[in-house]
Design a protein around this ligand. Structure first.
Ligand code: AHR
Length: 528
């Protein structure tokens, strides 16, 4: 692999890297530099905190074992929900959790998951492993879980095998404030007060697992669900009223987005939507076969190269939406994204279990940065998935729990939730690897509601550090996430192989300098 250096070259090796046991560069290596200029007098769009959303599907150990252990479990829990996971998730200030799927949403029947535990219907989870689904985790348990972690509900209703009547009844059960039969049933099940549903998904991938509908057929169904599955609590209509998200983007084709947006532009008074979805996984070909561990720089470069295509997909979807919605009233919800790798050896392949390395952390950071750069259109995003499934925040094994490198990125990015974009100028540089050219550096900046300025810097370069020159700044300090290798992972026995460390800029001859280790993500607060 050859690395094209930028014009200016500094000779100092990264102090942070030395501390963090990065591999020693060759004696002659020189650290590339980049000038980063933050336009502090310019204010961009707000970063909707919902872009830091999560996704918890009834899939593998995503719910059972990962969140729900049951009230009688020896694992510490509150009403059946494991406490170690709740404590860890609270630190992420999770804005919303998408549930119950995924493909599972279009075979979910909400009545199976309410009422006395011993009366709940046990079914087969035919999408994911063909295993029994006990329905022990249903509406009450989900709402309890999101309440414990402080998140909003993003509920997806069953369009594929359900009916508008079923979806409307579920919405009434959850949200009705009037004294209706379903509100009484909710009270009898322990929750007299209405729940709040902040986001409502109108189906899931109905071009595929959600019924394989043509775009036009989906639009006709979607309009009925959008009308009848409404919020039944008038008091919630003003406080950030529930936002409805239709299905868009069919694996590289825009026909759903086109049909949904065209229908929306001609809509009549009785229905509306607020967002359209886009799902995109970084997968390296189907079926997923890329190793989650034990890979080298070649595979790191390929994966990062593929994931950067998210920017192009959002631009293309936005262009379709702009045709019908130039004022950008309808948002894009990237409500499934992340790395989909080969399953963990020995695991049930239907459970989508995979390890999570430093590469995943860098993948997460560059995608979050892409969403931030599209903040005027992307208002919701949900990484797939929260616990034990695909690119997870947390892995569990019985009573054991470990935080993944991706978790740390989400924790480091908390200051960007609800902040205002501040433009940042820098030369991205180039890493040339065969036919593949990657940027070496990525960055975003934003001002939080308290007026603090935050800068995220990603050194994509797997081999070399970078000296970031922050000429105008007075001070910059925060955290950096890196590890010895791009495939380093945290395990139940080695929990902190990838963990954030303190980093601060030092005075240089031409202003402040922040030394980034190779393959690292840094988030710093900057004083100008
Ligand atoms: O996240 C796993 C699956 O990927 C979801 O259930 C589905 O929507 C997508 O195809």
């Amino acid at each position: 692999m050859t690395v094209k250096l930028k014009s200016r070259v500094a000779s100092a090796l990264s102090g942070a890297c030395a501390l963090l046991l990065c591999p020693a560069p060759p004696a002659h290596a020189q650290t590339p530099t980049v000038d980063v200029t933050i336009a502090t007098d310019v204010s961009g769009p707000a970063i909707d905190r919902n872009i830091f959303g999560q996704f918890a599907e009834h899939l593998g150990a995503g719910i059972y074992g990962g969140i729900w252990v049951g009230k009688d479990s020896p694992i510490a829990n509150v009403r059946g929900i494991r406490s170690d996971v709740v404590t860890a998730l609270r630190a992420l200030k999770v804005p919303n959790v998408r549930w119950p799927g995924g493909c599972y949403a279009d075979e979910y029947h909400w009545r199976d998951g309410i009422g006395p535990a011993d009366k709940r219907r046990v079914r087969v989870n035919s999408n994911w492993g063909g295993v029994p689904e006990s329905n022990a985790f249903g509406t009450e348990e989900f709402m309890d879980f999101i309440n414990q972690i402080g998140a909003d509900a993003y509920v997806s209703v069953n369009v594929g095998s359900g009916s508008p009547e079923e979806a409307a009844a579920w919405m009434e059960y959850m949200t009705a404030s009037a004294d209706t039969t379903l509100a009484r049933e909710r009270a009898a099940n322990g929750h007299p007060a209405p729940y709040r549903v902040a986001l409502l998904g109108l189906g899931n991938e109905n071009w595929g697992c959600g019924g394989a509908m043509s775009a036009d057929h989906y639009v006709e169904e979607m309009k009925r669900f959008a009308h009848y599955a409404h919020n039944f609590n008038p008091a919630q209509h003003d406080q950030g009223a529930m936002k409805r998200i239709a299905v868009g983007w069919d694996s590289g084709k825009s026909d759903y987005t086109e049909a949904v947006m065209k229908a929306w532009s001609d809509k009549v008074y009785s229905w509306d939507i607020d967002g359209v979805s886009l799902h995109n996984y970084t997968v390296g070909g189907w079926p997923p076969h890329l190793a989650a561990t034990g890979f080298g720089i070649d595979q790191y470069d390929d994966v990062i190269g593929e994931t950067l295509n998210m920017d192009n997909l959002i631009t293309r979807q936005s262009a379709v939406m702009d045709k019908y919605d130039p004022a950008r009233k309808v948002f894009l919800a990237v409500d499934e994204w992340g790395a989909w790798l080969a399953p963990t050896p020995g695991s049930n392949p239907g459970f989508l279990a995979q390890q999570n390395s430093l590469r995943d952390a860098i993948l997460a950071a560059v995608n979050l940065n892409i969403f931030v750069r599209h903040a005027d259109r992307v208002k919701v995003a949900n990484i797939a998935q929260m616990i034990n499934v695909l690119q997870a925040m947390i892995l569990t094994d019985g009573p054991r729990m470990v935080l993944t490198p991706t978790y740390h990125v989400y924790r480091m990015y908390v200051p960007f939730q609800g902040a205002t974009v501040v433009p940042v100028a820098f030369d991205r540089g180039q890493i040339v690897h065969g036919k593949l050219t990657l940027p070496r550096i990525d960055a975003i900046a934003a001002r939080d509601q308290a007026g603090h300025l935050w800068l995220s810097l990603v050194n994509i370069d797997p081999e070399q550090g970078t000296s970031v020159h922050l000429g105008q700044a007075r001070a910059a300090s925060g955290e950096v996430l890196t590890a010895a290798r791009v495939d380093t992972v945290n395990t139940f026995t080695e929990q902190s192989a990838v963990a954030p460390h303190a980093i601060s800029a030092k005075a240089g001859p031409h202003g402040l300098v922040l030394d980034l280790p190779p393959h690292s993500v840094a988030v710093v607060q900057v004083e100008m």
